[in-house]
Design a protein around this ligand. Sequence first.
Ligand SMILES: [Mg+2]
Length: 372
Amino acid sequence: MTIKDFKTYILDMETVRPHQLSMTTITSQAIIVGRAIDEDGTEGWSEVANIGGIAYGEQTPEAIKVNIDSYLKDLVIGREASDFNRIMWEINHFAKGNNYSKAVVEGALIDLAARQKNVPAYELLGGKIHQSIPLAWTLASGNTERDIEEAKHLLEIRRHKIFKLKIGKGDPDENVEHVRKIIEAVGEQAKITVDINQAWDEDTSVRCIKKLEEYGVNMIEQPVPVWNYEAMSRLTERFDVPIMADESSTYVNDVFRIAKNRAGNSIALKPCKHGGLLETKKVAGIAEGAGLGLYGGTMIESSLGSAMALSVYSTIHDFEFGTELFGQFLYKDRITVEELEVKDFELVVPDGPGFGLTVDIEKVKKYAREFY
Ligand SMILES: [Mg+2]
């Protein structure tokens, strides 16, 4: 059954609290949703987000949409969704970069192909290995006391026992002190990791990571700018605490470079960053061959985009650092009927057709800047 239409929506979703990163603070985020419709009326849905918009990455929500509508859509209309591997190979030859746009297109094709066959999407991606993956939460309210309260509550309700602290914004030494206080409060019951989001130079990184290692931090994510692979290598060599590459591990060739130069000993996967679920599997394969630890990252997609990422994460070997697909809990509302289930600190892989969640079209209409 061929595809007769492909629509792309930008939705503005408010968060339950401010979410502070090194480059911006999020109170509302645009998510980009793809919708592939076949001749029978069966639909495939996908979602990406770009955490913090233009302050974080080069692809804005508006650019993601316009590049799909103007260029990629035509390569999809009239095709079979089950042909997604060949279609994406063609798109990758046709269009440079634009990974977020590619991930939207590919995600909707895979969801549609799976729904046409009435099987979970993970079956088209090799089959699931994991039934659930440990789920991290990001403490990023910008206030130490509030973060501690939040962490204690989340431990009590058995939702998270891995906490990532976003510490790139503001004075590095004060932020290291903030981490110490949180470890003192909940470090016995939880693993604490930190994400600097490229905000430090190498000297600051050496000074601060020394202390963070001593305090018992479990992982340091992207301390230096994306381009500084050499500093990542030196920091990885110097410290015992794992150093994770996130912004610097985008394309398969980036990850090969990281593996070759040990510019980090673990990497964060994110389907929209890599350009889709198939590319995510390639990246994970390089990581496996190089013995790099894996983290199932998020750009803070809502429930739909989290389910899309989870479908591929469920098929990938091991997640040393679990996953951070917590987006559905950061938004005030969701655009799917169901929410992803969390059981005993782990995110459960849904077994329904496609990505396993049902899109609530009324919610899409409510939050879309323009619905058509
Ligand atoms: Mg990160």
